[in-house]
Design a protein around this ligand. Structure first.
Ligand code: ZN
Length: 98
């Protein structure tokens, strides 16, 4: 009976992860499979993926690459990034900048 309970729990997490993934504009089935394979971690990953997209961004003063606000170095040119006075809108708020 323990196996049946585990499958029920895994299926619940899979559905939750799939719905979260779908809401974020990602694939329902991708997150359904991830959350079903690794129930708790998969659902957490789906939730974290969303917060990454909502992260505020800023532009590198040297090469102009758009980086995450919390990045200390530019991933393209390696410029050390000061904490900016103005942040760019997050990816989910400004899809045109992506
Ligand atoms: Zn740069």
């Amino acid at each position: 009976m323990a196996g049946g309970a585990y499958i029920a729990i895994a299926l619940g997490f899979a559905l939750g992860g799939g719905v979260v993934g779908k809401i974020k504009g990602s694939s329902f089935w991708l997150w359904f499979l991830i959350s079903g394979a690794v129930p708790v971690i998969g659902l957490l990953a789906a939730l974290c993926f969303r917060s990454e997209r909502d992260e505020l961004r800023r532009q590198c003063p040297t090469c102009g690459r758009v980086c995450k606000l919390h990045d200390a170095l530019c991933v393209r040119c390696g410029t050390e990034l000061e904490f900016p006075d103005e942040a760019l809108a997050s990816e989910s708020e400004a899809p045109a900048l992506r």
